[in-house]
Design a binder for this molecule. Structure first.
Ligand code: FAD
Length: 170
């Protein structure tokens, strides 16, 4: 899904990947062939298993520079994201110039709860399991957020996370 943060993403440092298809064929694919985009790649749509990846790191930084930047990023994340309770990270893709977190916050949903599933106060694009939240609680909360944000902003938030299971009875 091309995870990324701090103005970079996996595709930026990926040199190539070895994949195996369901038929057992091996191939080497470059990032261009994998069609990387914002939190997307062809790996999400095609049945391919990555068996190896070659990463090309950026040369020219000292150990101290790397450690300092890493510490800054970690501190920034800990100050702006909730890590004291379980979550799956960001739930929705950022749809436009406005982030999903900003849209959810401006809809007044911070702290909104269904069962033990709660829209985090520290970062509105995080849903926290505050105790014994069930997958169904989180699924209902995702739908509630989508509905309310669409009513207020006419923007349909698309989940970044994959939803597993059949919730059609809820
Ligand atoms: C607290 C928190 C903060 C987060 N912050 C960020 C963030 O800032 N930016 C961001 O981009 N993401 C963020 N995430 C999401 C994070 O990037 C994903 O949860 C993580 O990358 C998924 O990788 P995994 O290996 O843990 O998961 P897995 O569930 O093992 O894999 C994820 C997907 O890849 C597929 N897959 C796994 N292995 C292979 C393989 N060998 N070949 C082909 N497909 C495979 C799986 O089928 C699955 O669909 C955050 C998550 C959490 C919990």
């Amino acid at each position: 899904m091309n995870a990324g943060a701090h103005q970079s993403c996996t595709a930026n440092i990926l040199f190539d990947t070895q994949i195996v298809t369901l038929g057992g064929d091996l191939a080497i694919l470059t990032p261009d062939q994998l069609g990387y985009g914002y939190r997307t790649s062809l790996l999400q749509k095609q049945a391919k298993l990555v068996t190896q990846a070659t990463l090309q790191l950026e040369p020219g930084y000292s150990k101290t520079e790397v450690m300092t930047t890493t510490a800054e990023h970690r501190a920034q994340r800990q100050a702006t994201q909730p890590y004291h309770l379980p979550s799956c990270g960001s739930v929705f893709r950022n749809p436009s110039a406005y982030s999903a977190a900003w849209l959810i916050e401006q809809t007044g949903l911070k702290g909104y709860r269904i069962g033990d599933a709660e829209v985090a106060h520290r970062h509105a694009n995080f849903i926290l399991n505050c105790g014994r939240a069930k997958a169904g609680d989180i699924w209902r909360l995702i739908h509630h957020i989508q509905e309310q944000v669409e009513i207020k902003w006419q923007v349909k938030l698309i989940p970044e996370v994959k939803i597993w299971g059949d919730f059609s009875q809820l």
